[in-house]
Write a protein that binds this ligand. Structure first.
Ligand SMILES: [Cu+2]
Length: 191
């Protein structure tokens, strides 16, 4: 069934997500997203009604099914990566034209994508329906519990900003009017 495709030119930001492993203090293997634990503060905080492109960089030699909660995404495509594909900060240098397109059964809206080993899998989504605290994670149980799961916080800024603006503008005018009133009375008293 055809559906409206998200325009990559409208993306507010791109995020490079490294899927990699380390070891804990007992020497046991930990599978991590961006080298962070579940308990670390949220770093993925898209704004409500914004479009983002995420690049899932799989450094393992096996695939991970990556799942995002409460948002549907489209798979833009994949690319085998080398170290030349990243800048000095580890951010993926995205080139839309270099992608291998998704498979036929991957062309609809998705909530899980197979991040292939040695490849960057690029996905795009519009955070427009839900806001609040969610998660994104690998869907292999042993991975997500140790510790391949991270918070995903969709932030509703707009209304908060509008309410704050209204509050401070009103406060400013109230103070301004009272001060002017005070000055007028002082001037009247001088006459
Ligand atoms: Cu996994």
């Amino acid at each position: 069934m055809p559906f409206h495709k998200i325009n990559p030119a409208l993306a507010a930001r791109e995020r490079t997500m490294h899927l990699d492993e380390t070891t804990d203090h007992y020497g046991r293997v930990l599978h991590l997203l961006n080298n962070m634990m579940w308990d670390d503060p949220a770093t993925e905080k898209p704004k409500l009604d914004s479009i983002e492109i995420w690049h899932l960089v799989n450094h393992f030699d096996f695939p991970h099914p990556i799942h995002l909660h409460l948002v549907h995404f489209e798979i833009m495509g994949r690319k085998v990566f080398t170290e030349d594909d990243f800048d000095e900060n580890g951010n993926y240098k995205f080139d839309l034209d270099s992608l291998t397109p998704p498979l036929d059964y991957e062309r609809g809206r998705k909530d899980v994508v197979r991040a292939e080993p040695g490849q960057v899998t690029s996905i795009i989504m519009h955070f427009k329906e839900h806001y609040g605290d969610y998660v994104w994670h690998c869907h292999i149980l042993e991975h997500e519990d140790n510790d391949m799961m991270r918070p995903l916080v969709v932030v509703k800024y707009k209304r908060l900003v509008n309410i704050s603006l209204l509050y401070f503008t009103t406060l400013y005018w109230v103070v301004f009017v009272f001060r002017m009133d005070g000055r007028i009375k002082v001037l009247q008293g001088q006459k």
